[in-house]
Design a binder for this molecule. Structure first.
Ligand code: ADP
Length: 632
C-alpha cells in the first residue's frame, strides 16, 4: 500500500509534530550538563584537600623527619607533614606527588616505617564525605528526572509536553476519493454503503434505537484496494479520515503503542463524525495465544485498542475500518460482536473488474485509437488493482520515452511484460548452442499448448533474455476468466510446464538448468492436485494439505502422518513421470513441427501466437490428431 506524503498538507498532524523528540533531547542535555558540573565540583573540592607538591619537597620533608603519614599508591604518593597533622581536623591538608618510574616502593615503605612514619593510613578529615554524598544525591536526582520524563512519555501520551506520541497519524479533512475511483468491488461497496448512510445522518439510526457496527474489517490480498475503499467511504460521507498502520503502534518500548492508540482515538473524538483506518491490523491484532513466549507491547496495544473501541459511543459517529490480508491470525476478541464484527471481502478483480480498473486509471491518460483495454484485461488474469495502476503508469512512461504524445496498445502490452518478466536485457550474450536450446525449450512449451485440447492459447514466444533472469518465455492468453479447473486442464498445464524439458531431451539429449522454474511449478501443481484437490488414486478424497494464508501466497502446509506424506511424494513423482512421458511422446510425434517453429523462432527471436498457429494448422494433420491426448 502506498502512503501519499502529501496527505499531511491537507490536514494537520495531531501527533504534535517533532516536539516530543526535541523535549527528549533537552532532557538528555540537561542531565549531561548536571553530571559534568557535579563531577568538576567534586574534583575541585578534592583537589583543594590534596595539594600537588614536587617529589623533591617530599624527599626534603623525609630527610628533615617532618613526615607524619604517607600513603604509597601505584602511581603516586600522598603524604601529610607533622605540621599539618597537628592542625585541627577539617583544616588539615595533604600533599600528593608522582612516584618516580621504577622506584622501589617496598624499600621506601621500610625506610619510612623505620623513621616512625605511619605508612598507608592517611585520613584527611574534612567535609568531602558530605560533599560526595551531596553530589551523589544530585546525580541521582538528575537520573530520576530523566526517568520520570521517559515514563511520563511512555505511560500517558496526553500528559505534559513530553507525553505526545510521535506516531504518524495522517488526518485528511477530505480524502477527495469517492466510489467512482474504486473500480469493481461492488459487494464491498454495498456493505460499506450502510456506514456512509450512518455517517451522513446518525439520527435516522439512533431514532429507532439501532446501533451501527463500530468497526468493519476489510480483508483481501495486497493491492486489491482496501485503503482506497476506506478513503472512498470517508470521501462519500464527507468526513475526516484518520489513518495509521498497525506496525506504527508496535514500538520497542512497552506502553508506547497503547499511548498511540489513546492519542488516535482522542484526536478522532474531537472531530467526529470521522473514519479511523488502521492498515495491516494483524501487526497489533495478532492472536495472543498462539505464539511462543509473549510480546507484552503488542498485547498492551491490543488491549488498549479493544478498550477504545468499546469505549466510544457509536452514536458519536466514529467508524473504525481496518485492513488485513491475514484474517486467520487475528485475535478472537477483536472480531467479537460490537468490535470488528463485519468482514468485507475485497476480492481480486475479475475480467470486468480489471477492465473497469484499467478504465479508471486511463481516465487521465491520452490513449491512441488502437488501444484495446479488454484484451489487456484478458491478459492480466490474477492481477490486482495496484498491478494494473502500475502497468498503466509504466505504459505512459514508455510512451514518453519513445517521444510519443499518446499511449498505444504496444506500450500497454510491453509494460505488462515488464511487470511480469522485467525489462529486456540487451547485453546478455548467449552462445549459438544456448540460443538453440532456449528456442527449442520455449517451442516445446508452446507446441504442447497448441496441440493440447484443454490448453489456453499462446499469445507470444520470445527468446530475448529478460532482467528477471528468464532467457525466454511463452505467454498464454486465456480466452475467458476461469474459476474452476478440471483435472484434464490441470494435467494439460503440467504437460505445458514439462514441455520445455521434454524438447531439450528429445532434440539435444541433455537436461539444462533452464527448466528449474518449470519443474518447481509443475511439482507444486502436482502436489496441490494430490494433496488438496483430491485428484489422485493414491489418496482419493483425502486432503492432507491446508491453505495457510489464503490472501497472501496461498501456500499450503501438510497436516498428516509421515506415511501419508511419503505417499503424497510418491504420487507426485508418478504423476509427473506419466505426464512427462506423454509430453515426450507428443513432441516426438510432432518433431518436424518442433524443428520448423524453433528455426523460425531462432531467426525472428519473438513470434506471436498467430504465427505459431499458422505453422501448426498448416502441418500435416494426422500427427496432430494423434497428438491430442485425453487424460482420464
Ligand atoms: P491495499 O490497501 O489493498 O493493499 P491499496 O488500496 O493501497 O491496496 O491500492 C493501491 C493502489 O492500487 C491504489 O492507490 C489504486 O491506485 C490501485 N487500486 C487498487 N484497487 C483498485 C480499484 N478497485 N480501483 C481502482 N484502483 C485500484
Amino acid at each position: 500500500m502506498e502512503k501519499d506524503p502529501s496527505q499531511n498538507r491537507n490536514g494537520k498532524d495531531p501527533s504534535g509534530g517533532k516536539k516530543p523528540k526535541n523535549n527528549m533531547l533537552v532532557a538528555l542535555v540537561i542531565t549531561v550538563v548536571v553530571v559534568l558540573l557535579i563531577s568538576s565540583l567534586y574534583n575541585t573540592i578534592s583537589k583543594s584537600r590534596y595539594q600537588e607538591a614536587d617529589y623533591n619537597d617530599f624527599l626534603e620533608a623525609k630527610e628533615n623527619g617532618q613526615l607524619a603519614e604517607v600513603e604509597i599508591q601505584s602511581d603516586r604518593l600522598i603524604y601529610m607533614t607533622k605540621e599539618e597533622a597537628e592542625k585541627p581536623a577539617g583544616q588539615q591538608k595533604a600533599f600528593f606527588t608522582g612516584l618516580p618510574q621504577g622506584g622501589d616502593t617496598m624499600a621506601l615503605a621500610a625506610e619510612l616505617a623505620a623513621q616512625g612514619v605511619v605508612v598507608n593510613r592517611l585520613i584527611v578529615e574534612d567535609n568531602s564525605a558530605i560533599m560526595m554524598l551531596l553530589s551523589y544525591a544530585l546525580m541521582l536526582g538528575a537520573v530520576f528526572l530523566l526517568m520520570n520524563m521517559l515514563t511520563r512519555r511512555l505511560g500517558d501520551g496526553a500528559m505534559g509536553g513530553f507525553g505526545k506520541s510521535t506516531a504518524k497519524v495522517y488526518m485528511e479533512k477530505q480524502t477527495g476519493v469517492t466510489f467512482k475511483d474504486v473500480a469493481g468491488q461492488d459487494e464491498a461497496k454495498e456493505s460499506l454503503q450502510e456506514i456512509i448512510d450512518f455517517l451522513h445522518d446518525p439520527g435516522k439510526y439512533t431514532e429507532i434505537g439501532a446501533k451501527l457496527p463500530k468497526g468493519a474489517l476489510l480483508v483481501g490480498s495486497p493491492g486489491t484496494g482496501k485503503t482506497l475503499l476506506a478513503k472512498a467511504v470517508a470521501g462519500e460521507a464527507n468526513v475526516p479520515f484518520f489513518s495509521m498502520s498497525g506496525s506504527d503502534f508496535v514500538e520497542m518500548f512497552v506502553g508506547m503503542g497503547a499511548s498511540r492508540v489513546r492519542d488516535l482515538f482522542k484526536e478522532a473524538a474531537k472531530v467526529a463524525p470521522c473514519i479511523i483506518f488502521i492498515d495491516e491490523i494483524d501487526a497489533v491484532g495478532r492472536s495472543r495465544d498462539n505464539r511462543m513466549g509473549s510480546n507484552t507491547e503488542q498485547e498492551q496495544t491490543l488491549n488498549q485498542l479493544l478498550n477504545e473501541i468499546d469505549g466510544f459511543e457509536s452514536t458519536k459517529g466514529i467508524v473504525c475500518l481496518a485492513a488485513t490480508n491475514r484474517p486467520e491470525i487475528l485475535d478472537k476478541a477483536l472480531l467479537r460482536p460490537g468490535r470488528f464484527d463485519r468482514r468485507i471481502i475485497v476480492d481480486r478483480p475479475n475480467l470486468q473488474g480489471r477492465l473497469d480498473t484499467l478504465k479508471v486509471h486511463t481516465r487521465k491518460i491520452k490513449l491512441s485509437d488502437d488501444v484495446d483495454l479488454k484484451k489487456l484485461a484478458q491478459a492480466t488474469a490474477g492481477a490486482v488493482g495496484a498491478d494494473l495502476a502500475n502497468l498503466v503508469n509504466e505504459a505512459a512512461l514508455r510512451a514518453v520515452r519513445k517521444g510519443r504524445k499518446m499511449v498505444n496498445q504496444e506500450d500497454l502490452l510491453v509494460s505488462f511484460e515488464t511487470v511480469i518478466a522485467g525489462t529486456e536485457k540487451k547485453n546478455t550474450v548467449l552462445t549459438d548452442t544456448e540460443k538453440r536450446l532456449v528456442a527449442y525449450h520455449e517451442v516445446g512449451h508452446a507446441l504442447v499448448a497448441a496441440l493440447e485440447k484443454h490448453a489456453q492459447p499462446v499469445s507470444k514466444i520470445t527468446i530475448v533474455p529478460h532482467t528477471s533472469g528468464a532467457l525466454g518465455y511463452t505467454m498464454q492468453m486465456p480466452e475467458e476468466e476461469k474459476y474452476l479447473h478440471t483435472n484434464q486442464e490441470l494435467v494439460t498445464e503440467l504437460k505445458m510446464l514439462v514441455g520445455g524439458r521434454a524438447a531439450e531431451q528429445i532434440v539435444f539429449g541433455v537436461q539444462t538448468t533452464g527448466a528449474a522454474n518449470d519443474i518447481q511449478r509443475a511439482t507444486a501443481l502436482a502436489r496441490n492436485m494430490i494433496a488438496q484437490y483430491g485428484m489422485s488414486e493414491a489418496l482419493g478424497l483425502m486432503a492432507p494439505a491446508t491453505v495457510a494464508h489464503q490472501y497472501l501466497d496461498g501456500q499450503a502446509y501438510m497436516d498428516c502422518s509421515q506415511e501419508t506424506s511419503a505417499t503424497v511424494d510418491r504420487a507426485i513423482r508418478e504423476l509427473l513421470d506419466r505426464v512427462y512421458a506423454q509430453t515426450k511422446e507428443l513432441l516426438t510425434k510432432n518433431r518436424s513441427l518442433l524443428d520448423e517453429i524453433s528455426e523460425y523462432l531462432l531467426a525472428k527471436e519473438t513470434i506471436t501466437g498467430d504465427e505459431l498457429m499458422a505453422y501448426v494448422n498448416a502441418a500435416d494433420r494426422p500427427a496432430l490428431e494423434e497428438g491430442v491426448q485425453e487424460e482420464g
